[in-house]
Design a protein around this ligand. Structure first.
Ligand code: BGC
Length: 349
């Protein structure tokens, strides 16, 4: 397995070296079975979360950042338990530098992880380069994918157990469910070299769809895995008016919370429950949300219904997303989008 991990990084001297050193360090031991925190306990710690920083200019320069340190405190105070940090590192990695992550990029990441931890928020490091990898899973993207996890695994080796690694957001396209199973198995071996007890998050192919859980193959002996699914159904409602889908000019969809509509959520979630029971894996709804151009009262109903449906099954969740679009917090006004916040974290009576 390790040989395979090294093979995919051919041409990357630095990382080949890292690979060989780690092989020597462990005496060439095969992937270790993890003990560490129980995945179900870890999943409960993730609790209620939110996706952050994915489309923030902060990654280019700290001064241009929209996200401020105080937002971690605001999130905690509002009742959130975790943040899922959406990472797009590929644009800052290049072959001439052996795919090395830039120090400035890593400093920004360290800042975010430390600030979140200071507030007692659990952290998910989510590699969000699904487009690059889904469009072309071999060649350069694959090298970057493996190089990224070599470096992040080493960098966060000593991080607290409340930092989790999510190997790849929404595998899709040419990264077929079968190929994704192969990649994930190799990546997990690589991560376990330095992080034998780290909780790792992984989701099925086809954009982390519940309907593709059956195709996800996980190593039986690694029990420190949380399985993630994304939920944006009905798509015509959640993605109305989005420029990156075929729903650009299709507006005016309501979600009234009729028995049929509620049943559709329950049906989808119960499929995941059945899979979770048979595989004994905990479930994390890593993304769900309804785009800003939909009617607010419908968005509120849908958001609350999905969050409660997940919670009633003992799952954790992360709302998509804090800033940028589907917004939970209005950075310009320095104010929560109250209806969405209340839908996510209901005020106690
Ligand atoms: C993507 C976003 C998109 C969202 C909802 C995320 O995984 O990164 O660009 O807005 O899904 O479609």
């Amino acid at each position: 397995m390790l040989k395979t991990a090294i093979r995919v990084m051919k041409g990357s001297k630095l990382l080949l070296l890292v690979g060989l050193i780690s092989l020597l360090d462990t005496g060439g031991a095969a992937a270790q079975t993890t003990s560490g925190a129980d995945a179900f306990t870890q999943n409960r710690r993730l609790g209620r979360g939110v996706n952050i920083l994915g489309y923030d200019p902060i990654w280019w320069s700290r001064e241009r950042g929209r996200f401020k340190a105080e937002y971690f405190q605001k999130l905690k105070a509002a009742g959130f338990n975790s943040v899922r940090i959406n990472l797009h590192p590929f644009r800052f990695m290049n072959r001439t530098n052996d795919w090395k992550l830039q120090p400035a990029w890593l400093e920004t990441l360290d800042w975010a992880v430390n600030e979140a931890q200071k507030q007692g928020l659990a952290v998910i490091l989510d590699l969000h380069e699904f487009n690059a990898i889904g469009d072309n899973p071999t060649g350069e993207s694959k090298e970057k994918l493996f190089a990224f996890w070599w470096q992040i695994s080493a960098h966060f080796q000593q991080a607290p157990t409340t930092v989790c690694f999510e190997v790849l957001n929404e595998p899709f396209g040419k990264l077929t469910p079968e190929l994704w199973n192969e990649y994930f198995a190799e990546l997990l071996v690589l991560i376990r070299k330095t992080n034998p007890t780290r909780t790792v998050i992984v989701g099925p192919g086809h954009w982390n769809a519940i309907s593709h859980l059956e195709q996800l193959k996980l190593p039986e002996d690694d029990r420190n895995l949380i399985v993630t699914v994304h939920f944006y159904e009905p798509f015509a409602f959640t993605h109305q008016g989005t420029s990156w889908t075929d729903r650009k000019d299709k507006l005016g969809f309501d979600w009234k919370g009729t028995p049929e509509e509620i049943a559709a959520i329950n049906q989808a979630f119960d499929k995941a429950v059945a899979w979770s029971k048979s595989t004994k894996r905990p479930i994390f709804v890593g993304e769900f949300g309804a785009y800003d151009r939909g009617p607010m009262n419908s968005r509120v109903r849908w958001t609350a219904a999905v969050a409660r449906a997940a919670e009633s099954r003992g799952w954790s969740w992360a709302y998509w997303q804090f800033d940028s679009d589907f917004i939970l917090y209005d950075v310009k006004k320095e104010a929560w989008v109250e209806p969405i916040l209340n839908a996510l974290i209901p005020k106690s009576p």
